[in-house]
Structure formats: structure tokens, C-alpha cells
Write a protein that binds this ligand. Structure first.
Ligand code: UGA
Length: 471
């Protein structure tokens, strides 16, 4: 593979840690920097603080060899040619991205620069952030010729982050100087040349040596915009299909059929057209708000994004009304919940629609028994176990004697339940599925009352229902 580049990645969250592991996987020497000493210790000792497929394997493969962990940003800067900033850019009160971590890291990098460095924005940042980083570095007395700023947005999804990184649809590099652009292109050369995919230990995915990912070189501003616009567009697709789903419910059509039909149009594409309980997570909600704020600041009317946000909020409320329509009252009811993370495959609960719904159930006086394959520990920090809230270790324990079962995250295992077992485990065979994991017809045949999203409610036969519900 190509010449190894010495890289520092600042921030060991979902993006930083995955990027660090993947840069090592494609042959570079990486120093992963975090100011959280406890996290650094965990990582050094072989722990992996987040749930991500392939990440433990990659870190085991490269720890102490190609990846090291430290809290010393100064020394990491001095030992690296390229420094990726992958710290958090949380939402501030105004909706804009709070860039204070980026600012602090840029200042510290500036104070440590002793020879030419490329400083790369990897975090999701608003357009013009590269200009601010440049000013911060110059203000700290670093001469222009000793650094370049570039933007290399990341498009990985939590849960499939490693595969998304190594088998990406595109690599975007925004740089103003030839030197920075070519150094960053060298970093990705094992992917763009296809060389990585020839390795026997390569993580499998959609790219291969004949079909490597393309690299797009742009201006820094365009790269910043590509990231924000992509996330906002995907969120818009989700809100769009959710409204279409509401129309489907009103007329008795099935949103799954509609989205399949729409997705077959190659101009639309089948992805991100799954109706559900609204998007969540640490990216879409904050990025849509931040992009809207950017537009507002620039005097551009992007009220479309406000609609996207409002539809998303409405979607959670609609789902709750659906639960109410099935259960009538909530006080004292025992409700099983499958899924607490903002989607399946991750332990991340940030802005999770599932948690919003659980909190509302508790406020209305229900008893919730929740199961999530990975997110329970994190959820306990937000909703501690209590007389009304318990966490269990398998889906059937959540369903045990419950008045209804709610499916709130799309973990694969939730779509593969033993329906017979589920039926006799539940007190009433009512499943309210916020992720459309089951076929409504099949659920009725199995004796369930099944409510999902963008599809008509399917009820078990009236006689059976009466037989079970009335004394
Ligand atoms: C998202 C983007 O998909 C990534 O490309 C981007 O790199 C990342 O944000 C980021 O900016 O760091 P992520 O938030 O990990 O990734 O998760 P997604 O898979 O995009 O899902 C986001 C939310 O949308 C979830 O709540 C999910 O359940 C929901 N969703 C997704 C739907 O409701 N329907 C769909 O069809 C797809």
C-alpha cells in the first residue's frame, strides 16, 4: 500500500475512534487524542467504549502497533503530519453548532506547531469553520506556510461505522492548497486504489479492488456544505416518507409498498425511505438545526428544514397517540418496550425517539419493562430503574405479562422474534411496532393486534379479542 502518513485524530467519540482505527487499518500510524483521561486509560487497556461492529477487532489488531492513545495533544501534534479534529459540535441554544471544542483544540494545536501540518475538520461543522480555524491558528502566531486547513467530512453511520468508513460511497476532500489535497489523497490511497480490498484480512463490504470508492476534491467550503446538506437531505427524505405514511394510514394503503415503488426510481433511490417514529441520534436533529441556522444567518430562506423538523416532532406524537388508541388508558398498565437506542445496532441514546416515548409512558403512569441489546446501561443514566421502570435481559422478559409490546428501535433481532412464544408471553397479544418490522397480515394470522406506521391497524378477530379481554 502507499506511504504511511503519521496522523493524529483529536476526539475519540464515534467518528474519531472509528476514523483512528480505520486509518490504522489502511496502513497509517495514528495517535488518538482525548482529554478524558479515563477514556484514554480504558482504550489503552483494551476496552472499547462504544458498541460498533468490527471496532474491537480493528483496535486489537492495531493497538500499540499502529494506534496509540494519549491525552497529550501537544506531543501528538508535533509527531503528526496531519491532524484530524473530530471533537463534538453540539447544538447550542440558538440551534447553531457550538464550536467551542473545535476552537479550543485549534488553539492548542497552534501552540504546538513546529513544522508544516495539515489540520483537517472531520467533525460536522458549518460552512466557514475552516476560515475560523485559520484565524485562530494565525492569531497564535503560526506563519501561513506552516499549515493548511482542509475539510474531510465523514459519512459513517453509527452501528455500521467501520464498514461505512472502509466502503464509503465517496471520499470528499476540501482543500485550497495542492500540498494539503495531495497529502490527504495519499491517506486514502489504499482505498481509492483498491489495494486495501485485496488484503486477506480486509473488512468485507460493497467496495472491492475493481470498484473502489471515488475521491472528490472540492473547495473547503463546498466540503463543509456537502456534509450539512447531505444530512439535511436524508432527514428530509425520512420526514417526507413519514408524512406519506400518514396519508397511507388515512386511505388504507401500505407505506412499505409506496416506498418500495418510489425507491425503484433511480433518481429517488430506496434508502432512507423507511417510515417510523421519527429520526433521532446525535447527527440529524442537530445538523438540520445547524444548517437552518447557517441559512438564516446568510439571509437564505430554508424554511423547508423547519418543516422537516416539525414533521419529525409530530411523528413521535402521532405514534404515542397510536399507543393510546390501542390501550385507552395508561395508568398502571404494564408495557414492554423493545429498543432504547435511537436506532438498531448502536448503544447511542442521544436524541432517541424511543426514550422520549418511554418517558411519556412513565409520565402517564405506566410501568415500563424495557429491553435493548446494547443501550440499557446508557439509558439507566437517563431513566434510572425504579418501581415503574425496569430493564431486562431478553425480549420475552420485556413482554412477560405485558398489556402491550412496543417496538421502538430496529434491531435485527426484534424482527426475528418467536411469535408463538411472544403470543403466550404477553398478557394481551398487542404489538405496536414503530419500525414496521413485521407483516401486518402475518401478525393477524398469528393472533396479534398489530399496529405499525403508515399501514392500517390489523386486529385479531373480534371473537378472539373479546374472548381474551372480557372476563
Ligand atoms: C447519520 C448519517 O446517515 C451519516 O451519513 C452521517 O455520517 C452521520 O449521521 C453523522 O453525521 O455523523 P446516524 O445518525 O448514525 O448517521 O444514523 P442513521 O442511520 O442515518 O439514522 C438516523 C436516524 O434516522 C435514526 O433515528 C433512524 O432510525 C432514522 N431513520 C433512518 C429512519 O427513521 N428511516 C430511515 O429510512 C433511515
Amino acid at each position: 500500500m502507499s506511504q504511511p502518513v503519521s496522523i493524529a485524530v483529536v476526539g475519540s467519540g464515534y467518528v474519531g475512534l472509528v476514523a483512528a482505527a480505520c486509518f490504522a487499518e489502511i496502513g497509517h500510524r495514528v495517535i488518538c487524542v482525548d482529554n478524558d483521561e479515563t477514556k484514554v486509560k480504558v482504550l489503552r487497556e483494551g476496552g472499547v467504549p462504544i458498541h460498533e461492529d468490527y471496532l474491537p477487532e480493528l483496535l486489537n489488531r492495531h493497538r500499540e502497533n499502529k494506534v496509540e492513545f494519549t491525552s497529550d495533544l501537544r506531543s501528538a501534534t508535533q509527531r503528526s503530519q496531519v491532524i484530524f479534529i473530530a471533537v463534538g459540535t453540539p447544538q447550542s441554544k440558538t440551534g447553531s453548532a457550538d464550536l467551542s471544542y473545535v476552537d479550543a483544540v485549534a488553539s492548542e494545536i497552534a501552540r504546538s506547531i513546529d513544522d508544516y501540518k495539515v489540520i483537517v475538520e472531520k467533525s460536522t461543522v458549518p460552512v466557514y469553520t475552516n476560515e475560523w480555524i485559520r484565524r485562530v491558528i494565525e492569531r497564535n502566531g503560526v506563519p501561513k506556510e506552516l499549515f493548511d486547513i482542509a475539510s474531510n467530512p465523514e459519512f459513517l453511520r453509527e452501528g455500521t461505522a467501520v464498514v461505512d468508513f472502509l466502503h464509503t460511497d465517496r471520499i470528499v476532500i476540501g482543500a485550497e492548497s495542492e500540498r494539503a489535497g495531495s497529502l490527504l489523497s495519499t491517506i486514502y490511497e489504499p482505498l481509492t486504489s483498491g489495494a486495501y480490498y485485496r488484503l486477506p484480512q480486509a473488512v468485507p463490504g460493497t467496495c472491492d479492488e475493481k470498484c473502489p470508492p471515488p475521491l472528490l476534491l472540492t473547495s473547503t467550503k463546498a466540503a463543509e456544505l456537502i456534509k450539512h446538506a447531505s444530512n439535511a437531505f436524508l432527514a428530509m427524505k425520512i420526514s417526507f416518507i413519514n408524512v406519506v405514511g400518514n396519508i397511507c394510514e388515512a386511505v388504507g394503503a401500505d407505506v412499505e409498498q409506496v416506498s418500495r415503488g418510489m425507491g425503484m426510481d433511480s433518481r429517488i433511490g430506496p434508502k432512507f425511505l423507511r417510515a417510523g417514529i421519527g429520526y433521532g441520534g446525535s447527527c440529524f436533529p442537530k445538523d438540520v438545526a445547524a444548517f437552518r441556522y447557517v441559512a438564516e444567518q446568510l439571509g437564505v430562506d430554508f424554511s423547508l428544514l423547519k418543516e422537516v423538523e416539525e414533521i419529525n416532532e409530530e411523528q413521535k406524537k402521532r405514534f404515542f397517540l397510536k399507543v393510546r388508541s390501542a390501550l385507552w388508558t395508561f395508568g398502571g398498565k404494564r408495557i414492554g418496550v423493545l429498543g432504547l437506542s435511537f436506532k438498531g445496532g448502536t448503544d447511542d441514546i442521544r436524541d432517541s425517539p424511543a426514550l422520549d416515548i418511554v418517558e411519556q409512558l412513565l409520565r402517564e403512569g405506566s410501568n415500563v419493562i424495557a429491553y435493548d441489546p446494547a443501550a440499557s446501561e446508557r439509558a439507566k443514566e437517563v431513566i434510572p430503574p425504579s418501581r415503574h421502570m425496569s430493564y431486562v435481559d431478553d425480549p420475552y422478559a420485556a413482554a412477560e405479562d405485558a398489556d402491550a409490546l412496543l417496538i421502538l428501535s430496529d434491531w435485527q433481532e426484534f424482527g426475528e422474534l418467536d411469535l408463538e412464544k411472544l403470543h403466550y408471553t404477553l398478557r394481551y397479544p398487542i404489538v405496536i411496532d414503530g419500525r414496521n418490522l413485521y407483516d401486518p397480515l402475518q401478525m393477524v394470522e398469528r393472533g396479534f393486534t398489530y399496529l405499525s406506521v403508515g399501514r392500517s391497524a390489523s386486529h385479531q378477530t373480534r371473537d378472539a379479542a373479546l374472548g381474551q379481554r372480557l372476563p
